[in-house]
Design a protein around this ligand. Structure first.
Ligand code: 6PG
Length: 628
């Protein structure tokens, strides 16, 4: 497969250079434009609008034929080759099975419009009529109408000629399948792999190809070696299998099948330390392994997720065009995808994203709980209140889905009331809390949110406790505008903690993460996209310490009394509001210049001789007191 010649033909303006360059890049072949082989007298003639004769073209065709025959590493040539006799001359002495013709054709009006848009080419539009007159319909090769995007044409060439495909996706669960459909809709030629498990996972890839029209040109596999063989090199393989052992299984099976320079991407919610371990293993085989955080759930995967990559910059450069093409776009049209940093940076920030997501969800659950049970509004009324909030600066994806959930009926009942409150989780929130503990990052809100899920999960115990106790009953008096402002401020504290967490990890691992760029990626596609995130992007570009930005300082100062009043009022509720309360504690704690923690230090020194520093000795010297 390494000394084939692909000749893309068509009249001037048919797009053969663009398609030829795309095909050459895909096959990693050299590209040549036949126009560059014209002698100066032909160029002058054409520039003057005089059509070339067969005699004018004879020397040019000879030179091209010689050039084709000299190539040893394959070639993609863009050449008008209007007549069959010209094509015969180009093919002279070239092995028939290594020569492939791709003919682009389209209506003259379409080509004329395209030529009118083209700048800096010697061929005047007036020659077009003569080109169309000269053109003879080819009797061999692939005939492709040009009324498609260049990417679609390339995909058609790849699939019709059974050329190696551009991207491989392994694992066709909901996320993998939707990402595959997203890639296909953007014109990528795909190979799809799903394992075979008798009775449960049979012909999964083939069924996907048959079920979804956009996948009809994709190649389907149940054999990993065949899947790998079908891909153009360097191979780009996106794994969409469950985090943990399944990733290791596929990764280990792939290693012996791959060749140096191939790129494996793990698009699942893997732990960043697992990613780093796999990267080190991949490097031993001269392979690349990228940890790819993908956010946006099922619909994000299909229509445009946010993508956070971690790993080698050279590997990212190979896959950037594909990932950025399928990603969501920010308000300025830029892709919500980027290389966040080396190593496990991509999966780390995805984990932090999920931690922020946990606290954002818990805050909404608390707001709903206050409005419904402490203040007595119905779910429909809560939805109305939240809609007003969304229209007044608090728009976010999570708020939007909360409103839709509150409005959903099942018959005459609210569906929400039929859903058990036994909250579940898949692990990323726990990992975030553990990583925060290891880094010494005060991630109080997302940890409270995680623990609130644990409390919720102990449903049976809660019911026993509820039967055993009655909490003191008080009426909660709270203005809902105060609640709105408290919620707004709590979200800022949550985001401050999340970005600080990432900054501390970046320092520890020397990742150099650009926080404003990360916030930009999170402005669309992901679960925590919101108006607040757009402001965070702006603020973080001036101040990596979010709450120290002067504009946000004014906002925080204005909202603070509402958070105090809210927490104060909620202390009389019989329900738990850990995230709202934690937000106030975190804010108060972070602005306390002289805290009570000096007592902690004294206690530690008292019982364990753990030493302490003194405020009147800035040298950092450690002291011990004989307390007894
Ligand atoms: C996303 C989500 C996604 C998933 C969470 C759910 O960004 O698209 O975060 O990754 O929904 O992992 O996590 P829990 O099951 O732990 O709530």
């Amino acid at each position: 497969m390494n000394n084939h010649v692909y000749i893309i033909t068509g009249v001037s303006g048919s797009g053969k250079t663009t398609i030829g360059q795309l095909l050459a890049a895909h096959l990693a072949y050299p590209f040549a434009d036949a126009d560059a082989f014209h002698p100066p007298e032909n160029i002058s003639k054409m520039s003057a609008g005089i059509p070339l004769t067969d005699a004018d073209r004879a020397g040019w065709l000879l030179a091209l034929n010689q050039y084709i025959r000299q190539q040893k590493n394959g070639l993609v040539l863009a050449c008008s080759a209007l007549k069959q006799s010209y094509r015969n001359q180009l093919a002279q002495g070239v092995a028939e099975d290594s020569l492939h013709w791709i003919h682009l054709y389209g209506e003259m009006d379409l080509v004329r419009r395209r030529m009118a848009e083209r700048k800096g080419h010697f061929m005047p539009e007036s020659l077009l009529v003569s080109q169309f007159d000269t053109w003879e319909k080819p009797d061999a090769g692939l005939l492709i109408p040009i009324l498609q995007t260049p990417e679609e044409i390339l995909r058609q060439i790849i699939s019709t000629m059974a050329l190696p495909t551009q991207w491989g996706l392994a694992g066709l669960g909901v996320m993998g399948l939707n990402l595959a459909r997203n890639f296909a809709r953007r014109g990528f030629a795909l190979s799809l792999y799903n394992r075979h498990v008798s009775g449960t996972e049979e012909k999964v890839a083939e069924k996907a190809v048959n079920q979804y029209p956009e996948l009809k040109e994709a190649q389907a596999f149940e054999s990993l070696p065949d899947f790998v063989q079908s891909l153009a090199r360097p191979r780009k393989i996106l794994l969409m299998v469950n985090a943990g052992a399944a990733v290791d299984q596929v990764f280990e099976a792939l290693i012996p099948l791959l060749e140096p320079g191939d790129v494996i991407m793990d698009g699942g919610n893997s732990h960043y330390e697992d990613t780093q371990r796999r990267q080190a293993e991949a490097a031993k085989h001269d392979l690349f392994f990228l940890g790819v955080g993908v956010s946006g759930g099922e619909s994000g995967a299909l229509n445009g997720p946010a993508i956070m990559c971690g790993g080698d910059a050279q590997a990212y450069a190979q896959v950037a065009a594909g990932l950025e093409s399928i990603a969501a776009k920010d308000a300025g049209g830029q892709a919500c995808a980027a290389l966040i940093g080396p190593g496990g940076a991509g999966h780390f920030v995805k984990m932090a994203h999920n931690g922020i997501e946990y606290a954002e969800m818990q805050l909404l659950a608390e707001v709903y709980g206050v409005l419904r049970w402490d203040l007595g509004y119905t779910p429909d009324e809560v939805a109305e209140i939240l809609t007003q909030w969304a229209e007044n600066g608090l728009q976010s994806y999570l708020l939007e889905i909360t409103i839709a959930i509150l409005q959903r009926r099942e018959g005459s009942d609210w569906l929400l009331d039929k859903i058990s409150d036994k909250a579940a989780h898949k692990g990323t929130g726990s990992w975030a809390s553990i990583a925060a503990s290891e880094l010494g990052a005060p991630l109080t809100m997302m940890t409270e949110a995680l623990f609130a899920r644990f409390v919720a999960a102990l449903r049976d115990h809660r019911q026993v406790m509820a039967a055993a106790y009655t909490a003191p009953q008080h009426k909660v008096t709270l203005d809902k505008d105060d609640l709105k402002q408290a919620y707004q401020l709590a979200r800022w504290v949550n985001h401050q903690q999340g970005f600080q967490f990432i900054q501390m990890a970046a320092k520890q691992y020397q990742w150099q993460v650009n926080l404003s760029e990360l916030a930009r990626i999170w402005t669309n596609g992901c679960i925590i996209r919101s108006e607040l995130m757009q402001l965070a992007q702006e603020y973080l570009s001036d101040s990596p310490d979010l709450l120290l930005h002067p504009d946000l300082k004014n906002t925080v100062t204005a909202l603070w009394p509402s958070l105090q009043r809210t927490v104060s009022a909620l202390s009389f509720s019989s329900r738990a509001y850990p995230c709202l309360m934690s937000a106030l504690a975190a804010l108060n704690g972070s602005v306390t210049a002289h805290s009570a923690a000096h007592l902690i230090q004294a206690q530690r020194d008292y019982f364990g001789a753990h030493l302490y520093e003194r405020v009147d000795d800035p040298s950092g010297k450690k002291y011990h007191t004989h307390w007894e």
